[in-house]
Design a protein around this ligand. Structure first.
Ligand SMILES: [Zn+2]
Length: 134
């Protein structure tokens, strides 16, 4: 049987803390050390107070679907169409773009509660994805 096609994200130094947390089945976002604002994706400066001091904190992994689209065309063998691509608004505020798994794509809706799950792609990279909340 052929090995399943996988697309492994590049782990930049900027996002290494995110992927280190994911390997431990935790979802992490950046937190401004000056004003406490949370942000994702990683950025060198806080959009609220311009501070360049930040650290990484873990969040609940729960949120809701803010927006989504259904992809009907497979642009890579790793993505079997149809699949749902969504912007998830975390309970703590930041938004993440992710796949929605564990549900028929046609049943995905805005406002649907979701929770993170972790997809181990290889020894180095575990990718957070979201599924309907319990
Ligand atoms: Zn700030």
């Amino acid at each position: 049987m052929a090995e399943e096609a996988k697309l492994i994200p590049h782990v930049s130094s900027e996002l290494k803390p995110f992927f280190d947390a994911a390997r431990n089945h935790q979802l992490a976002v950046q937190k401004c050390d000056n004003c406490g604002a949370l942000r994702f994706p990683a950025a060198p400066m806080c959009l609220k107070c311009d501070s360049t001091r930040s650290s990484w904190v873990t969040v609940s992994g729960r949120g809701k679907i803010f927006s989504y689209t259904i992809m009907h065309r497979a642009y890579h063998p790793a993505f079997k169409a149809p699949y749902a691509l969504a912007v998830v608004e975390l309970d703590e505020g930041p938004k993440m773009t992710s796949n929605i798994v564990g549900i028929e794509p046609s049943k995905v809706r805005c406002g649907m509660p979701v929770q993170v799950m972790f997809d181990k792609l290889n020894e180095d990279v575990t990718l957070p994805r979201f599924r309907p909340a319990d």
